[in-house]
Structures are given as C-alpha cells and as structure tokens.
Design a protein around this ligand. Structure first.
Ligand SMILES: Nc1ncnc2c1ncn2[C@@H]1O[C@H](COP(=O)(O)OP(=O)(O)OP(=O)(O)O)[C@@H](O)[C@H]1O
Ligand SMILES: [Mg+2]
Length: 261
C-alpha cells in the first residue's frame, strides 16, 4: 500500500484573468522522497508552486495535507502547515547576514531585545546539521555569499522552521558544477531526514541523480507521475516536449493517463 502523501493536490485549476494556466492538475509529494517537477518553459511549474505556497489563490481543486483537506490562501497558511518554498531570486535579503535572513519575520526575543546569541547558535547548528561546511561565519552578509552558498542558506532556513515539505524552484539554475553538486547532495539529505522535497529543474541529469519520482507538466496539464527508476531520459524528454511517451502521458492532449507512481 502506498503511504499517504504529505502534500496532495487534486483537480487544481488556476487562471490568470481569461488565461487558464493549470488544468485539473494532480500532484503529490511524499515524506522521505524527492519529487522532481519538470516541464517546458511556461508549462505552469512556478504557478503550481505558488498555489502550493499560498501566493496564488486557486480557482478550484482540493489541497490535502497528511491526508486531510486544508485551506491554504496565504503564505502564512502554508508556513503553518510546514510548507516552505525556496524561490530562486527572492529567497534572501542581500543586505542582511545569514542569521538575520534565517530568522527574518520570526525573530527570537528575550524581553524586548533580540536574542542574538540563541539565533546565532540555532542558525549555526542547522547549517552544521546539514553538513554545510563552506560557510565560514553565520554573521556573513548574504551579499558576500556565492550562488551555491545562498541556496544552502535558503534551504537551511526552511529546515530551521521544522518544515515537512520543502519546494525548491530551480535551485541550481545559476550554479556551476561543484556548487550544483553540493546543492543536490543537500536536497538528498533533506529527503533522507524525512522531509518531502519537491525539486523543479530543467536539468534531467540532476533530476535523475536525485529524485525518486517525476511529475511532468505539459501545457498546464499533469502528463505523468512516474517513479524515476521506471523511466528513461528519452521518455521524460518526450513527456516534457509532447506530453506523451508511448503508453505514458496524455491521451489526445487531454486527460491524465500517467502511470501512477
Ligand atoms: N502572474 C501572472 N499573470 C498572468 N500570467 C501568468 C502569471 N504567472 C504566470 N503566468 C503565465 O502562466 C504560464 C505558466 O507560467 P509559469 O511561470 O508557471 O511557467 P514555468 O513552468 O514555471 O516556466 P519556466 O520553466 O520558464 O520557469 C505562462 O504562460 C505565464 O505567462
Ligand atoms: Mg518557473
């Protein structure tokens, strides 16, 4: 019996004015697994993620968390459930240091003053717990970090808040080979710690290296949800570019016929 997904969306529809972007989308993420969300430019990946994160209200559909129906209509609702989204560019504030970023909007206070010592220790412990060794000081300004270190801090921030689901929208898009490797290892470690991780990526090598499942969006429709070990690169490329690959995918460009993972 498959376990209940931590996060599940059913029949999700989303339009911007007259333009429909998501059509009856099904999506799920499981504890201890990395689910890769793939699809061509404009397929609707970021929109789906913003619906998950409560940034965009959904038009219709059902949102389940731990198998129970929930209403998520703001980022606060999503955070309260333990859903954290790491957005590529908006993730961190440049002019603040690592500790300030990790506690932004949720600062710890002792009486009326900020409890800097505790925040510093929690930030450092979280980074160490994720085996992050390339960051020298948690008091370093984020503007002085490399792209990979920034992603690391953004991910550590999600972990600090005891998230159950972490969604990463193209975390390696701007990174070099070594940094990509570090971030992918971190992604894997998060899942191994029991979190449900959703990874959006255009790089199929990364997807195959780190994911347990693949969900492929095609023109706003979920073409297939498959186990990574059940498909080849070529099949995933077809799902992304045509919405279909052999028996897998959409029939007549409509209706889900994906092999359910
Ligand atoms: N706020 C918005 N208002 C109107 N249309 C939008 C808005 N956000 C996204 N769209 C449209 O929704 C569609 C899906 O966009 P989305 O950003 O979700 O794609 P994506 O799969 O993330 O693409 P990429 O791989 O390029 O990041 C696009 O046609 C886009 O123009
Ligand atoms: Mg996007």
């Amino acid at each position: 019996m498959p376990a209940t997904p931590v996060l599940e969306l059913r029949n999700l529809n989303k339009s911007f004015g007259p333009v429909q972007v998501l059509y009856d989308v099904f999506f799920s993420a499981h504890a201890g697994e990395v689910t890769a969300l793939v699809g061509d430019n404009g397929a609707g990946k970021s929109t789906l993620v913003k619906c998950i994160g409560g940034i965009h209200p959904i038009d219709s559909g059902d949102y389940f968390f731990d198998g129970k129906p929930v209403h998520v209509s703001s980022p606060r609702d999503a955070a309260a459930l333990g859903v954290e989204i790491v957005y590529q560019d908006l993730a961190l504030a440049d002019n603040l240091d690592i500790v300030q970023n990790m506690f932004l909007g949720r600062e710890r206070k002792r009486g009326l003053v900020l409890d800097e010592a505790t925040m510093e220790e929690m930030a450092a412990t979280t980074l160490t717990g994720l085996s992050v060794r390339t960051v020298h000081s948690v008091r370093q300004q984020v503007s002085s970090l490399s792209g990979g270190q920034r992603q690391t801090v953004a991910i550590a921030k999600a972990v600090l808040w005891n998230s159950k689901v972490v969604v990463l929208d193209e975390p390696t898009a701007a990174l070099g080979v070594a940094q990509t490797q570090q971030v992918l290892e971190l992604v894997r470690r998060l899942a191994d710690k029991g979190l449900a991780v959703v990874l959006i990526s255009h790089n199929l090598n990364d997807v195959f290296a780190v994911s347990d499942r693949i969900s492929a969006l095609y023109l706003g429709r979920m073409a297939a949800e498959v186990r990574t070990s059940d498909v080849t690169h070529a099949q995933v490329v077809e799902l992304i570019t045509a919405g279909r690959s052999g028996e897998l995918g959409l029939v007549n460009g409509d209706g889900v016929n994906g092999a359910k993972a």
